[in-house]
Design a protein around this ligand. Structure first.
Ligand code: DSN
Length: 479
């Protein structure tokens, strides 16, 4: 462990150097720390990376180009980049028990694009693609290229529907995956809100996807990856899991056996900054047969790797291999369950009636609100969340009917189950005292809301008070 003094000195010195060039940037960085310290952060996809992880990104690795892979680069002088990329990959393989790890993706979308490409290259029966893989691309004729585009396009993907908690990159229209793939989705059982594996199997039998995708950004339950793999195998699909949200729970051995995607999936993608608590970025883990294609991620779909971020991934993954990370991961779930129980006890409605992971979805229609109204009212009260669709959402993806809450960040900060109950009380107070507003012409608004500023002020003060016992980056004094 570094000394608290070293951490404080490092950040203060960094800001002093930045301030000498553009003081407004230094001020914004300082203000961001102040804001994060003061608010009750319940965004399920956010966290607080360690000082070591943050500092590993602010250095001269940022200046280096390193297209290619370890030991096989398109630029000279990559020996130090090789060191950090190999280290990050080794930590990832060891942490997750994966055969292969590719740590270059810049984000979750990038990681998914790398995975899609690897699966297409592995699975699509295309004579033109075979030629493209073995020959110099200049040798392909116009007819070969035409065939290649035809054969790669319109392949089938089956993923979880957006309103049930799936992710945009799993074949939905606003994302490129929804434009390249012929996509169908499986939802959840309307009565329970849970994945109905028989229905997934039925959809897979009917649709015969090339890729079956599991994973979510707003589903509050475990997924049985053994069953999903059996479904994929029964129709000859490649099974891909996007574990971006719950990678920390896999790393911390909270999700094991049927609920650990790594032994069951052909390919697993993740971000590194959510429950895994690393730097902002992505990563792909895969079975050996997909490794060569995955390693072509750059330049196939990625720009030059970000060596400074790979260095930070190596640091964060090393942290996640320590025994205390398992304790952190189990506290995330205990906190999410305490928060969910606290809300249920006060009369809130939760999608699926609770949680067994790091997040919960409050159906705010039971408070007479849209997600957008609830999100803003909570923000006014010092509670940072995001609005989210609920299954079969009547308010659509912009206004929504839900609020997603998650505990990875507050758990990092040290809050426990008692504080989660207090947090539930604050959320319930705001939502039960907010009413829908009206447009200027008197029609009901899905965005406007009425909340007595005195209530918002009181809850903000209570939220700040709750946080005083849990200083964020407590060693860092920027004054
Ligand atoms: N934006 C992330 C989330 O909040 O879940 C997913 O990409």
């Amino acid at each position: 462990m570094s000394s608290p003094n070293a951490e404080s000195t490092a950040f203060r010195s960094a800001l002093e150097v930045i301030r000498a060039v553009e003081p407004r940037v230094a001020d914004a960085i300082g203000a961001e720390l102040a804001d994060q310290r003061e608010s009750l952060k319940l965004i399920a996809s956010e966290n607080y990376a360690s000082p070591a992880t943050l500092l590993a990104m602010g250095n001269w690795f940022s200046d280096k180009y390193a297209e290619g892979t370890v030991g096989r680069r398109f630029y000279a002088g990559c020996q130090n980049v090789d060191t950090v990329e190999a280290l990050a990959a080794e930590h990832a393989r060891e942490l997750f028990g994966a055969a292969h790890a590719y740590v270059q993706p810049h984000s979750g979308i990038d990681a998914n694009l790398v995975a899609f490409w690897a699966i297409l290259a592995d699975r699509v029966e295309s004579p033109a693609l075979k030629k493209a893989q073995v020959r110099q691309v200049n040798d392909l004729t116009e007819a070969d290229w035409f065939a290649l585009r035809r054969e790669l396009g319109n392949q089938r993907m089956l993923g979880m529907s957006l309103d049930a908690g799936g992710h945009l990159t799993h074949g939905f229209r606003p994302n490129i995956s929804g434009k390249m793939f012929d996509q169908r989705s499986y939802g959840t059982d309307p009565a329970t809100g849970l994945i109905d594996y028989d229905r997934v199997a039925e959809a897979a039998r009917e649709f015969k996807p090339l890729i079956l995708v599991a994973g979510y950004s707003a589903y509050p339950r475990k997924v049985n990856f053994r069953i999903m793999r059996e479904i994929a195998d029964s129709v000859g699909a490649t099974f891909m899991v996007d574990m971006a949200h719950f990678a920390g729970l896999v790393a911390g051995k909270v999700f094991t056996g049927d609920f650990d995607p790594v032994p069951h999936a052909h390919i697993v993608t993740t971000t590194t900054h959510k429950s895994l608590r690393g730097p902002r970025g992505g990563m792909v883990l895969c079975q050996p047969e997909l490794a060569d294609q995955v390693d072509r991620g750059c330049p196939m779909v990625l720009g030059g790797p970000l060596p400074h971020v790979m260095a930070a991934k190596a640091v964060a993954l090393a942290e996640a291999r320590r025994p205390d990370f398992a304790d952190y991961a189990s506290r995330i779930v205990a906190n999410a369950q305490a928060l969910a129980e606290g809300l249920l006890r006060r009369g809130a409605t939760l999608v699926t009636g609770g949680t067994d992971n790091h997040l919960a979805i409050i159906d705010v229609t039971s408070y007479g609100l849209t997600g957008r109204q609830a999100e803003q009212a909570l923000l006014d009260s010092g509670i940072v969340t995001n609005r989210n669709s609920v299954p079969q959402d009547p308010n659509g993806a912009w206004y929504t009917s839900g609020i997603r809450i998650g505990t990875p960040a507050l758990t990092t900060r040290g809050l426990g189950t008692a504080e989660m109950d207090q947090t539930a009380e604050l959320i319930h107070t705001v939502l039960s005292q907010t009413t829908p507003g009206a447009n200027a012409d008197g029609t009901p608004s899905k965005a406007k809301y009425v909340l007595d500023p005195a209530v918002a002020d009181k809850v903000s003060r209570q939220a700040a008070e709750l946080l005083t016992g849990f200083p964020l980056y407590g060693s860092v004094d920027l004054t």
